[in-house]
Design a protein around this ligand. Structure first.
Ligand code: GLN
Length: 569
């Protein structure tokens, strides 16, 4: 099955025919299959989590999966998005600033992704518009169909060539029916026609309402959502029903009846305590085997048991914690938990490692003015994280909190802005530099212990302009950070414009602060610590981005351990 046209004929736009399907060099039709996940009814159903869980399950069968997320907005990447509105900006090793779902993929699949795994409407249109200026469409009027859809199919196939996986797993951002993803869904419909239905599997996520005043589940909204997808020419193979409670047989039957999907492929994905429990649930419903059968893939059964066992071990530790600690997180975006998604996940991973559940206490720092205020806010916490951030709001309160935890030997992890605040605190209170500050907060300050990176002075405009992505860091032997990582060189991810001003380093070190991690060639301080304090660590990078369930980041493991010890005193 599939498109029966000589591929060369349709790879270029032409006056002679209506097709435009450019194939990347080396593309072999049928080698890579496609799995596409759509969301219906409402956004925020956890499509990224279901997609990642499916990816993980397929991976455990020995099937190689390359995920790609499509976001309909016209931003080229997530660099300029406000985390308050959109959730955390996740940073990939190659410096791509992207949607937080890519973080979910990296954590579930335990692999690094790149800009090839992230597509936005902005990226698609930038390509189309700049190609048009160069005469790339050979005199044709440039249209959504076939040109925009053709470029989208090219992006997907490019990923297939680049990673040579068994499956490209496409997550379609937004909800079916949005204008923003309409053309993308059309591209998928064409992809199905060209690749052959046997090479593409569609999963539709839907939502089962359960209004309190009725006390029972209702399927109408789901039916309408699926119907919109059908009207776009997409017949789902599997329907995953998100719901608060397990979906009843009656509802499953209704959905099956209205959508031509066999009953065994209508599954319940109800709310669970942790996203890491979703793979088990999907496995119980047999979704992995259904996809494998639909796409005629082979499962490596031996490997499957082995790999899934590792995952189950982690999940079991998560389910049966033996202890508990409370970690405080200070921050500007305390109203929206999604802004700190990776930190929360990293704590969850480290907690499981210690068989410990983590309670989070959010600390709004704008009202903290005195030591007494800090004491009050930190009363019931056994450790704190001062996370990344931008701008002035709440910074003095954060500095007060850091002073309090430094003096009282409460475990502390300062991430990026948090490390910079720790330097300001130390300069003011231990080195006697009263005016110490960051030029981000006070551009004309007399003692800029934190200053803009030299390379950043020349840059204009926002979006992709910070010091971004994975970089190597040399760790000093004999330091706490070195013993936590047990490595001389590590690789972590950055997203910043400011740094510790090299002019103040000697002064700070003379008073006892240790810069334990440095960039290999330039004088940029990457980590700091305070000997004599049980756990006082700052990092210019974001350790949360590289933490994985089966490989928690050492700094979070260290923080949880120190907090448990503090709690037992
Ligand atoms: N605003 C600080 C900087 O640009 C910290 C950034 C961050 O925390 N990610 O250096």
């Amino acid at each position: 099955m599939g498109l029966d046209v000589n591929l060369k004929d349709i790879s270029k736009s032409s006056q002679d025919h209506e097709f435009f399907t450019p194939f990347p060099a080396g593309y072999k039709k049928g080698r890579t299959k496609y799995l596409v996940i759509f969301g219906t009814v409402i956004s925020g159903l956890g499509k990224g989590i279901v997609s990642s869980s499916l990816g993980l399950l397929l991976q455990t069968h020995g099937i190689e999966v390359a995920p790609i997320k499509f976001d309909g907005y016209l931003n080229q990447d997530a660099g300029t998005l406000n985390p308050y509105r959109h959730g955390e900006v996740f940073v990939l090793d190659d410096g791509t600033e992207c949607d937080m779902d890519l973080g979910t993929y990296e954590r579930f699949l335990d692999r690094n992704l790149s800009h090839y795994n992230y597509l936005t409407g902005g990226k698609v249109f930038q390509k189309v518009l700049s190609k048009e200026r160069k005469g790339g469409y050979l005199g044709r009027d440039v249209q959504f169909i076939p040109h925009v859809t053709g470029e989208i199919k090219h992006f997907l196939r490019e990923l297939a060539v680049r990673e040579n996986p068994d499956i490209v797993a496409v997550e379609v951002g937004g909800t079916v029916g949005d204008i923003e993803n309409m053309y993308f869904i059309e591209a998928i419909r064409q992809l199905m026609y060209e690749e052959g239905k046997e090479n593409i599997c569609f999963v539709a996520l839907t939502y089962i309402l359960e209004p309190k005043f009725l006390g029972e589940q209702k399927s109408k909204a789901a039916q309408l959502g699926i119907r919109s997808l059908l009207s776009l020419g997409i017949q789902p193979d599997i329907i995953a029903c998100r719901a608060q409670n397990p979906v009843t047989d009656k509802i499953k039957e209704k959905i099956s009846l209205y959508s031509n999907v066999p009953l065994d492929k209508v599954i319940s994905v109800h709310d669970l305590d942790s996203i890491y429990l979703v793979p088990e649930l999907l496995k119980k419903e047999g979704v992995d085997n259904n996809i494998i059968n639909l796409l005629a893939l082979n499962s490596d059964h031996k490997k499957q048991r082995l790999m899934f066992n590792r995952w189950t071990k982690f999940v079991n530790k998560l389910k049966t914690p033996k202890k508990s600690v409370t970690i405080g997180i200070t921050g500007k975006y305390t109203a929206l938990r999604d802004s700190y998604a990776s930190i929360l996940k990293a704590l969850e991973h480290a907690g499981a490692e210690h068989n410990c559940s983590i309670q989070i206490k959010w600390i709004e720092t704008s009202n903290i003015e005195t030591e007494q205020d800090a004491k009050k806010c930190l009363r019931s916490t056994q450790g704190i994280i001062v996370p990344g951030g931008f701008g002035k709001r709440g910074t003095e309160g954060k500095i007060r909190c850091i002073e309090y935890v430094r003096k009282n030997k409460i475990p502390f992890l300062g991430i990026c802005y948090g490390m910079q605040m720790a330097v300001i605190e130390f300069a003011r209170n231990m080195c006697g530099i009263q005016d110490a500050n960051s030029t981000e907060i006070e551009p004309k300050c007399k003692a800029p212990v934190i200053d803009v990176l030299p390379e950043q002075k020349k840059i204009e405009g926002l979006g992709g302009t910070m010091r971004l992505g994975g970089k190597n860091i040399l760790l000093k032997k004999g330091t706490q950070v070195h013993s936590l990582y047990e490595q001389d060189t590590i690789r972590e991810r950055f997203r910043h414009r400011y740094e510790v001003n090299p002019e103040y380093i000697d002064l700070l070190e003379n008073k006892g602060l240790v810069f334990s991690g440095k960039a290999p060639k330039v004088e940029i301080m990457q980590t700091l610590e305070l000997p004599g304090h049980p756990y006082f660590i700052g990092t210019q990078y974001h350790p949360e981005y590289t933490s994985r369930p089966l490989k928690p980041n050492p700094l979070f493991i260290g923080l949880v351990k120190a907090s448990l010890e503090y709690a037992s005193k």
